[in-house]
Ligand binder design. Structure first.
Ligand SMILES: Cc1cc2nc3c(=O)[nH]c(=O)nc-3n(C[C@H](O)[C@H](O)[C@H](O)COP(=O)(O)OP(=O)(O)OC[C@H]3O[C@@H](n4cnc5c(N)ncnc54)[C@H](O)[C@@H]3O)c2cc1C
Length: 394
C-alpha cells in the first residue's frame, strides 16, 4: 500500500482521513492543532495541487484559515480583491459593487502545499485508494479495504474523498446529481504584468459566462461556465482541446478575454462537469454512523456559483476537530452528532443558494429566470450574507 511502511503500528490508524484534498488536509491540520494524531490516505501518488488552478476565498474561508494557523502565509501569496464587476456583453448594464470582506484568489497549489506543510512528516500516505468500508460485525469498528487488497480497522474514519465519496455511500447518502453545466478553468501569466484592476470581473453573453480574478500582478485565474454537451469525456483530458473549444465558444468576447485564454498555461487547463448534492438530501441525510463521518465535498459537493464549496470544507474541518477535541476519542459518536448538527443548516443554506443561482445561470426561458430570481430574493434577502458566517474557534 503506497508508502505505508512496516513500522506503522495500528495505533497510527486511530483516526483515518480519506482524501488529501483541501478538506482532508485541513481536517488533519485542525486535529493536529488540537493534539489529535491522524493519518490521511490519498489515492494519488503525489499531492493533487494543480487540478482546478485556483480558488476564491471569501471572509468566512479566511476565518477558518486563521483558525488553522495558515492564513498569514497564504495572505502573502495573493492580492486582496476590492470589487465585483458584472458586464453584460449583450448590451446589459455594467454593475459594480465593492467586495464584502476579505477576498483573495489563491493558487490551489499554494493552499494545498501550505496545509501539507503544517502537518507532521508522513501524515499523508500516498497511493492508498479506498475500495470499500464496512463495519466489523463483532467489534462494530469500521473496516477499510484498499484496492491493493490491504485493510485496516481504525477507530475513527472521516471521508474527505470528494463528490464521488465511498464513505458517503456507506452512510447511505443519496447519489449526487449533475448540473447541465460545465466549467473550464485556467491560469494565465503576464510576464510584464497585466493591466487588470484588482476586481472579480464576470462577463456574460448568451449562455456562457467568463470570470476573471487576478492572483497577483502577473497571474490571473479565469473560468468559463457553459452548458454541458454530452460528448466523449476523454476529449477533455487534452488541454489543447479544452482551449480550442473554449475559444470557439467565446468568439464574440472582447480581445483581452480571448488573449487570456490563448496564453493560459496548458497544465492549468481543466474541464469539469458540475456535480451537486441536492439541498433537500443535505437537510435529511445521515452524515455520521458510529465513528464514521464525512466532510467537504463528500458531504456537500455544490456548484461553483457562490465560490463556497472549498471554504465550506475548511469550516467543516474546524468544527469537526473542535468537537472531537472537546469530547475526546472515547465519545466520538457524540462528537460527530454535534458536528453534523452544527454544520447541517449552514451547508443546506449554502447549497440551496448555490443551486438556485446555478439554475438561474442555466435557465433558458425568461419565465424560469424570473422564478429563480424571485425564489432567491425571497429566501436570501442578503445575497452575500453567507460570507459573514463565522465557524468559531478551533
Ligand atoms: C469549477 C469550480 C470552481 C470552484 N471554485 C471555488 C471557489 O472559488 N471557492 C471555493 O471555496 N470553492 C470552489 N469550488 C469548490 C471546491 O473546489 C471544492 O469544494 C473543494 O475542492 C473540495 O475539496 P475536498 O477536499 O472536499 O474534495 P476534493 O478536492 O475532491 O479532494 C478529494 C481528495 O480525495 C482523493 N480521493 C478520492 N477518492 C479516493 C479514494 N477512494 N481513496 C483515497 N483518496 C481518494 C482525491 O484524489 C482528492 O485528493 C469550485 C469547484 C468547481 C468545480
Amino acid at each position: 500500500m503506497g508508502e505505508v511502511s512496516e513500522s506503522v503500528t495500528m495505533d497510527d490508524y486511530e483516526v483515518v482521513i480519506i482524501g488529501a484534498g483541501i478538506c482532508g488536509l485541513a481536517t488533519a491540520v485542525a486535529l493536529h492543532k488540537k493534539g489529535i494524531k491522524s493519518i490521511v490516505m490519498e489515492r494519488s501518488e503525489t499531492l493533487r495541487s494543480i487540478t482546478g488552478a485556483a480558488i476564491g476565498i471569501r471572509q468566512n474561508g479566511w476565518r477558518a484559515l486563521d483558525q488553522l494557523g495558515v492564513a498569514d502565509v497564504l495572505r502573502g501569496t495573493a492580492i486582496p480583491i476590492q470589487r465585483e464587476r458584472f458586464v453584460g456583453l449583450d448590451g446589459g448594464k455594467l454593475q459594480e459593487t465593492s467586495m464584502k470582506g476579505e477576498t483573495r484568489c489563491l493558487r490551489r497549489k499554494d493552499l494545498i502545499d501550505t496545509l501539507y506543510a503544517a502537518l507532521p512528516p508522513a501524515t499523508v500516505k500516498f497511493g492508498c485508494e479506498l475500495e470499500s468500508i464496512k463495519l466489523d460485525p463483532n467489534t462494530k469498528k469500521p473496516v477499510l479495504r484498499f484496492i491493493d487488497g490491504s485493510s485496516i480497522t481504525p477507530k475513527v474514519v472521516i471521508g474527505c474523498e470528494g463528490g464521488k465519496s465511498i464513505v458517503a455511500n456507506f452512510l447511505n447518502l443519496k447519489a449526487t446529481k449533475m448540473f447541465p453545466l460545465c466549467s473550464v478553468r485556467g491560469l494565465s501569466n503576464y510576464p510584464n504584468g497585466h493591466s487588470f484592476d484588482h476586481d472579480f470581473a464576470r462577463f456574460r453573453k448568451d449562455n456562457s459566462l467568463v470570470g476573471r480574478i487576478p492572483i497577483d500582478n502577473h497571474l490571473v485565474y479565469w473560468f468559463c461556465g457553459r452548458p454541458y454537451v454530452p460528448i466523449e469525456e476523454r476529449i477533455w483530458e487534452d488541454p489543447e482541446a479544452i482551449r480550442r473549444s473554449t475559444l470557439e465558444l467565446l468568439t464574440d468576447y472582447p480581445q483581452e478575454i480571448k488573449e487570456m485564454i490563448e496564453i493560459a498555461d496548458a497544465k492549468s487547463l481543466s474541464f469539469t462537469h458540475l456535480r451537486y448534492r441536492s439541498p433537500w438530501d443535505l437537510l435529511t441525510g445521515t452524515f455520521c454512523k458510529g465513528s464514521v463521518t464525512v466532510a467537504g465535498d463528500a458531504m456537500h459537493v455544490m456548484g461553483p456559483f457562490l465560490g463556497q464549496g472549498g471554504s465550506a470544507g475548511l469550516e467543516d474541518a474546524v468544527v469537526l476537530a473542535r468537537n472531537l477535541a472537546q469530547m475526546g476519542l472515547d465519545r466520538v459518536e457524540e462528537a460527530f452528532n454535534l458536528y453534523v448538527k452544527q454544520r447541517r443548516l449552514r451547508v443546506v443554506q449554502l447549497s440551496l443558494q448555490t443551486y438556485l443561482t446555478g439554475m438561474l445561470v442555466g435557465a433558458s426561458s425568461r419565465l424560469m429566470k424570473i422564478i429563480f430570481i424571485v425564489l432567491l430574493s425571497l429566501l436570501f434577502r442578503n445575497l452575500s450574507g453567507h460570507v459573514d458566517y463565522d465557524c468559531g474557534g478551533l
